[in-house]
Design a protein around this ligand. Structure first.
Ligand code: RNT
Ligand code: ZN
Length: 414
């Protein structure tokens, strides 16, 4: 179907496809660097991954250096409409120096900043509280040992400072997201002390004032991880309370709740108590498995809530998945495009019609409209979007993805 025919079909329902296209191209998605190398990073490894975030798979082409990772990102961004962001983890530093986590500085990331400037993309940041010998007990900021807590507090403070300098250098607020793996494999007897220690450590870490225009603090909760099945210190309740009291962002990762919980439903609930939200869009399969996101109901509902509840302006959309059994660049491209497709579809719904049906308690009409809309020509509008943004679709996209994958397949597996 041609775009003009699709445009008329949507207009028939009072939906302006041009307005949707204009809006979707301005929504930045923060692409996570760690899909490109299976969450390995560029430090000399000093500990196991920890906290249940090991990528599985051995597909050829894993980026082994920052240059390879940037090349893979350049290619991936060129297959995705619009301008996006890069979400960096502290362990992806790019320097000949070998700073420990409590010694990292902005200069250790300057090649990333130069690259981001060149590409005119914004950066987000994350302290890395895993893959380090001082995190091997799955306890960092809540560790009973004051020395270990202090080490990680220093890492967190430095990360906030780096994020702030990135925000200044790129003229774009950098979100610094804090996720710690802290938890217990078996039932603890003193959860309270562990949570009190985490609270005090976070207070110390967040004490230095940072300008919110330069950087924003976010805190990511989790239900459980492999190896910490019995108790996660930074649970949802813990961080929700903390974020509200301390006015930080709350990061909601779609894989961090019970599998039957609907994360889309949480947005409007927490948005009443928080200024801003960070999302880690992911696809848990039976557990926090971090599969590449699909254009499925969960993602669609999430996008719908962002649009309907008018939350796009105060929600940062980040991705968090890593699959090492398929082409890593294809994973980035497919997942990021799916997030965009979900947003575009949400923007193409007859929201006013649906809202008024709901207000009138006409749930039949609401159901008929949402189901009839599934037959609308969303694909033609997406195709128009990608044509205008000069990115390929369908078989051309597949050829491009395969061509790039072939060019990196010779990278040694180490
Ligand atoms: C882990 C969290 C966290 C990580 C990244 C690498 O369960 O989801 O966001 O995936 O920081
Ligand atoms: Zn996450």
């Amino acid at each position: 179907m041609s775009y003009e025919t699709a445009k008329a079909a949507f207009a028939d329902w009072g939906v302006d496809t041009e307005a949707a296209l204009a809006r979707v191209r301005t929504i930045p998605i923060s692409m996570h660097c760690w899909q490109g190398d299976d969450v390995v990073g560029f430090e000399e490894r000093t500990g196991s991954s920890g906290g249940g975030i090991q990528a599985t798979g051995d597909y050829p082409g894993r980026a082994r250096t920052p240059d390879e990772l940037r090349a893979d990102l350049d290619f991936s961004y060129s297959m995705i409409p619009g301008k996006h962001r890069l979400n960096l983890h502290a362990m992806y530093l790019d320097t000949d120096a070998k700073p420990d986590r409590d010694e990292i500085e902005f200069q250790h990331f300057s090649p990333w900043v130069d690259w981001a400037k060149d590409q005119s993309i914004g950066l987000d940041f994350n302290p890395t509280f895993f893959a380090h010998t001082k995190a091997d007990d799955n306890l960092t900021l809540s560790h009973p040992d004051q020395g270990i807590r202090d080490f990680w507090i220093e890492h967190g403070k430095r990360s906030r400072e780096i994020a702030s300098q990135m925000g200044v250098a790129l003229g774009s607020t950098c979100v610094n997201n804090i996720w710690v793996p802290d938890g217990y494999k078996d039932t603890p007897v003193d959860r309270m002390s562990a949570r009190a220690r985490l609270e005090v450590a976070l207070d110390a870490m967040l004490a230095p004032k940072q300008d919110k225009k330069k950087m924003l603090d976010a805190l990511e909760c989790k239900l459980f991880g492999i190896g910490v099945e019995a108790c996660t210190v930074g649970s949802h309740e813990f961080y929700m309370g903390y974020a509200i009291r301390k006015k930080t962002l709350l990061c909601l990762d779609m894989g961090h709740f019970h599998p039957t919980e609907n994360i889309a439903d949480k947005l409007s609930a927490v948005a009443l108590s928080l200024d801003e939200i960070l999302l880690h869009v992911s696809r848990p399969m039976r557990w926090d498995s971090d599969h590449v996101i699909l254009l499925n109901d969960e993602i669609q509902q999430m996008a719908q809530e962002l649009v309907n509840a008018d939350l796009l302006e105060r929600t940062r959309i980040g991705l968090d998945f890593f699959d090492a059994t398929i082409s890593r660049t294809a994973a980035w491209v497919i997942g990021t495009r799916n997030m965009q497709k979900a947003l575009l579809r949400a923007l193409l719904m007859p929201i006013n019609l649906l809202k008024s049906a709901e207000e009138e308690l006409n749930f039949t009409k609401r159901l008929v409209v949402t189901e009839e809309f599934k037959d609308m020509p969303f694909g033609a509008v997406w195709e128009e979007f990608s044509n205008r943004e000069n990115v390929p679709n369908g078989q051309t996209l597949i050829k491009e993805l395969e061509r790039y994958q072939t060019s990196v397949s010779g990278r040694s597996r180490e």
